[in-house]
Structure formats: C-alpha cells, structure tokens
Design a protein around this ligand. Structure first.
Ligand SMILES: [Mg+2]
Length: 350
C-alpha cells in the first residue's frame, strides 16, 4: 500500500508537470485524480490521451539538427533566379544602386533583430552573416536559424521595396535561399570574407566591361561575351580605359568592394555624451544609429510557463546590466587585407 501511494504520487507528478492548473490542486484532489485514471496511468497510456491526440507520436520522427559548439557560424542567403528578377524589374546595368541599397536595408534589419550577428557582407543579390562563435541562438538549431533569418530578410526586402523602387511595382514575390556553413578557426573566417569580396571584384569588373561594350561600344551581348572570353583583369582594365575612358579604380567603392556591416560596441564615455546630445536633438544619423540590443528568446518553452517566464526575466535582467550598446557601421572597403581585422578585433572574439 505504502509502495503504491509513493508510486502513484510520483507518476502523477511526472504526468502533470506543465499543467499549472493541476499543480495548484490539493493533495486530496490529486489522489482523486489518480483513482479516476488509475488504469491509464499504470498502463502508461495516460500521457498520450491527455495530450489530446493519438497522432502525436509522429513528432518523434523529427531529428535534432544542432550546429557544433565552438565553431563560427556563417549564414549566407542568395537571391533565387535574380537574373530573371532583375530583368523583370528593369534593374540598371551593370549595377542598380537602389537594389543594392535595398539589400543593405534588409541586412541591417536582420542585424538589428539578432544582436549575435556581428558582421555581414553583401554583393549583388547575396549576403553573408557571421554569428558570434559563442552564440546560443535558438539553441544552435540549424533549420530554425536558416529558416527564420531567410524569411525575415525576404520579408524586409519586400516590405521596403516601395521605398527604393517607388515607380516600379513588384511583379512577383522574390525569394532567397539560405544556408549555414561552420568554420573552425579565424583563418577560415577571414578567407571566407576575402573569397566573397574577391568574387565581388571579379564579377563587377566583368560586368562593368561587358556593359560598357554593349551600352557604349554598340556590341550585342553575344559579341561582348566573345570579346571578353579569355581576358584577364589587366585586359578588362585596358578595354575600359582605352576604349571608354573609364578608370575602374575610381568607380564607386560600393560596386567594387561590396557592403560590409560591422557591429561595434559604443564606449561608455561616448554613449553618455551621445545620450545627452540625443536628448537635445532627437535626429539620428542613419548610418550611426544607436540601438538598444534586443535579444530574441533563446529558450524553447518547457511547457511550464511560469518557470520559463521567471528564468527569462532573471536572465534578461542580468544581461541588461552587462551587455554593452552597439552600433552598426556600413562600410565599402577592403576586407581581404589584415588591416580590417586588426581594426575590428572584437569580431572574432567569443
Ligand atoms: Mg543569386
């Protein structure tokens, strides 16, 4: 009898965790509950019935997809079929500044929402984001991170479209694919961003020369491709300069270098003086906007809402005191040489 009472209490406790209404009931009510559901509880079928569906077992087929701890996470998204998209929306060639600025806007919105993104690099229809090595965003679940970030970027792109293309209606909804690659050391991170910027340079030099041949040289696109076949950088620079008087090196850095967003901490002294200035003048510079860090919920609900709320509140309070305010800077500069990384050493910290 003693054994049964102890067993029943344990079982009931096990089954009712998460049910705050039941937790508040008295011991007598619990025992009554056990008596009513004795057979189900002892046979182990109670939980399935209580969950309200016999179909719930299908959830067991979901596989965990954690990203390895202690690695750098690079998330990259890329416009899907943007060749067609840019044609349909009459993007200017070789570069459409409005389209690039819209990409920057969506990238910045993502960084404002996710403080664990510390660096971003964008060119054409793609953007790469570096998350802090120590991030525990969504418990480092790959599908959750990729899908949420891709979706938020895309919705921002669509939402802000009219601001950059006031005279062009979206003809159909654009989409982006997203992926995550993990890198073990700082070396690969530096090389990754160098790779993307080198790609920017190669593509932009080709496109600039190609469209100069078409728009100013009167060649068809087929002829222009043929002219450029087998040429190296030096040849393209020569074509641009000798035939069209274009000095590639003075073309806008945005096109040659891509866009870099870097998150940096605001020194406390600067912060107090800026807060004072802001109180006097609420106008903010668009590229140097102070933003209070907003941290998305990292924990999944445990089913016990009271415990979750309390612990998140505690964590939030703790973090608020610790976390420095940061700002996002938009740069169009070299990221291949070491100068950039020496200037922003915090990027590769934990
Ligand atoms: Mg693409």
């Amino acid at each position: 009898m003693l054994f049964r009472t102890r067993l029943s209490t344990t079982i009931i406790k096990g089954y009712v965790l998460g049910s705050s209404s039941f937790a508040s009931k008295t011991r007598l009510q619990r025992l009554k509950f056990f008596d009513c559901h004795r057979n189900q509880i002892l046979c182990g079928t109670f939980k399935r019935n209580m969950s309200g569906s016999k179909f719930e077992y299908v959830k067991k087929y979901e596989l965990p997809d954690p990203l390895m701890l202690g690695t750098f996470i690079v998330f990259r998204l890329d416009g899907h079929s943007f060749h067609r998209f840019s044609d349909e929306h009459n993007f200017t060639k070789p570069n459409d500044k409005r389209a690039l600025e819209l990409m920057d806007h969506a990238a910045k919105a993502l960084m404002e929402e996710y403080p664990d993104i510390i660096l971003a690099f964008g060119e054409s229809d793609e953007y790469s984001f570096l998350l802090r090595k120590s991030t525990s965003l969504y418990n480092r679940r790959q599908a959750k991170i990729v899908s949420t970030l891709t979706s938020l970027f895309t919705s921002n792109y669509v939402f802000h479209w009219p601001r950059y293309f006031p005279d062009t209606q979206l003809r159909y909804p654009p989409s982006f694919d997203g992926r995550i690659v993990l890198y073990p050391t700082e070396r690969e991170i530096k090389d990754y961003f160098a790779w993307r910027q080198a790609d920017t340079h190669i593509n932009n030099l080709y496109n600039t020369t190609f469209w100069a041949l078409v728009q100013q040289g009167g060649q068809t696109t087929t002829e222009a491709h043929a002219t450029l076949r087998g040429t190296v950088s030096k040849d393209k620079n020569e074509i641009l300069f000798s035939r069209f008087g274009i000095n590639y090196n003075i073309i806008e850095p945005r096109y040659r270098k891509g866009s870099i967003f870097v998150r940096t901490e605001i020194p406390e002294e600067l912060l107090s003086s800026q807060t004072q200035t802001q109180e006097e003048d609420s106008e903010k510079s668009p590229n140097l906007q102070l933003e209070e860090e907003r941290r998305p919920e990292l924990e999944e609900s445990t089913g016990n809402s009271e415990t979750t709320t309390k612990s998140s509140k505690k964590k939030k309070k703790k973090k608020k005191g610790k976390e420095p305010l940061t700002k996002l800077e938009l740069l169009h500069r070299d990221i291949i040489k070491d100068d950039f990384w020496e200037e922003y050493p915090a990027i590769l910290k934990e």
